[in-house]
Unconditional design. Sequence first.
Length: 133
Amino acid sequence: PLEGRNFRVEDEDDERHNPQIVVQVPTLTAVSTVNALCQIQDFKGDILTLKQGGSGGKILIEHLKMNQLTASLSAKNQLVLYGINNRIDRANITARDTARVFQYTNFREGLTLTTDSTVELHLTGKALQQVQR
């Protein structure tokens, strides 16, 4: 792992460690992963689309400034919107099949959340109020 790029493990039962590859790009519009741990950090933009495939992956979002975030995850995958340093106007998150969403970021213009009964949600009270049905 690149020094100074620490991957945050939110779960005590997570046996995985730091990422093995660090990719730096000037712009980012979409990320698709399969069975991977991924940290997206320090990006600004209009729209970001995330898709997690496979089972047991995780995407951690930190220091992100976006107008629109769209995420789709399933099968024990996790999405972690970490901390107050994210500035996301709108989010549309679809989760199913025992996926987990950890949300510590509030959205300026609201959150559209689509889940099934197997999804585990960790939302702030404000985010729960922002959910649009």
